[in-house]
Design a protein around this ligand. Structure first.
Ligand SMILES: C[S@@+](CC[C@H](N)C(=O)[O-])C[C@H]1O[C@@H](n2cnc3c(N)ncnc32)[C@H](O)[C@@H]1O
Length: 297
């Protein structure tokens, strides 16, 4: 008697043949990926750029928006269809749009109502189902949510006073010449002096870490056990030194009881290179972001 297709492929009762996608194992506890897809989803470097989509120009008013397609890939890796995703720093909704296009449910919290309006406008223009977007400070809003009611926390942390600070000019002095004007990044407003931070309205690193601790502790309460917390965070070069914010945030999250599982590198191949420090010193041209992966054990 001729062998069936299943027999030829060596399929077991808990295997589902998904055609070109590969074999899906019904005992997969984490996601809906086949073995073939899992191989790509677990690589440590994501070397991808994303063409403008989902009203990119509108979302770009934010400045820290993430590609919804990248968020959708991460959501597909860390959840199954229909599960719930939380973003306590939702911005203009990269995570929420990612959840919609991957068939998950999501709740976002954002302190600035302008970004929620833009998210809603994007959904309207794109005909996307809107996820729940709550306007408020995550440090208080999250306390009202039900314990262990989310399957993934996917977020992208704010930097120092992102909205309040304008681009400003500073001066730097070359070893062999006069001081010259330079532009400072909107995203580099560290101050070493925490007391001065209060006076200038510029939040320092300690205050930032304290906010991160509060928001992530509140988020952790909402996450189901053995589920993941995934965070975008860029390192930063500022005031003559490299700040490994990814490492500082990772240690902070571990101190809350999470276990660090990976530091994925998102290398945006379309990112422009800049010349920094030419002829005088090495200053990195940052073309990657870190994506920390931690689990509530
Ligand atoms: C890096 S952005 C997120 C961008 C987002 N991934 C997107 O695709 O648009 C971080 C956001 O967190 C918001 N934020 C800062 N502190 C907050 C807080 N305590 N509670 C809620 N949102 C906050 C900021 O207004 C900012 O829009």
């Amino acid at each position: 008697m001729a062998a069936t297709t299943s027999e030829r492929k060596g399929l077991k009762p808990h295997h589902i043949d998904m055609g070109e996608r590969g074999i899906y194992h019904t005992d997969n506890r984490l996601n809906d990926l086949t073995g073939k897809e899992w191989v790509f989803a677990t690589r440590s470097v994501i070397n991808k750029s994303f063409p403008p989509s989902f009203q990119f120009a509108l979302r770009s008013q934010h400045g820290g928006q993430k590609p919804p397609e990248l968020c959708a890939d991460l959501i597909r890796t860390f959840t199954k269809a229909g599960q719930r995703v939380l973003d306590p720093f939702m911005g203009v909704g990269g995570t929420l749009i990612g959840a919609t296009i991957s068939g998950r449910q999501a709740v976002g919290v954002e302190i600035n109502p302008r970004w929620i309006e833009i998210y809603r406008e994007v959904c309207r223009l794109e005909g996307l189902e809107e996820q729940q977007a709550v306007c408020g400070d995550s440090r208080t809003v999250l306390k009202e949510f039900e314990e262990e009611s989310f399957d993934l926390v996917l977020t992208d942390v704010p930097y120092w006073n992102m909205d309040r600070r304008r681009r400003s000019k500073g001066k730097f002095k070359r070893a062999d010449g006069p001081a010259v004007e330079r532009r400072r990044s909107r995203l580099s407003p560290f101050t070493a002096d925490e007391a001065a931070a209060d006076v200038t309205g510029m939040e320092g690193k300690e205050a930032w870490l304290a906010t991160m601790r509060d928001v992530f502790a509140a988020s952790l309460r909402l996450l189901r056990p053995r589920q993941y917390l995934v965070v975008f965070i860029g390192d930063m070069y500022h005031s003559g030194r490299y700040h490994m914010l990814s490492a500082e945030l990772a240690w902070l999250l571990e101190s809350l009881g999470l276990v660090l599982k990976a530091n994925l590198i998102w290398y945006d191949v379309a990112k422009k290179l800049h010349v920094y420090g030419y002829r005088y010193e090495f200053i990195p041209s940052m073309i990657h972001q870190n994506i920390l992966v931690l689990r509530k054990e």
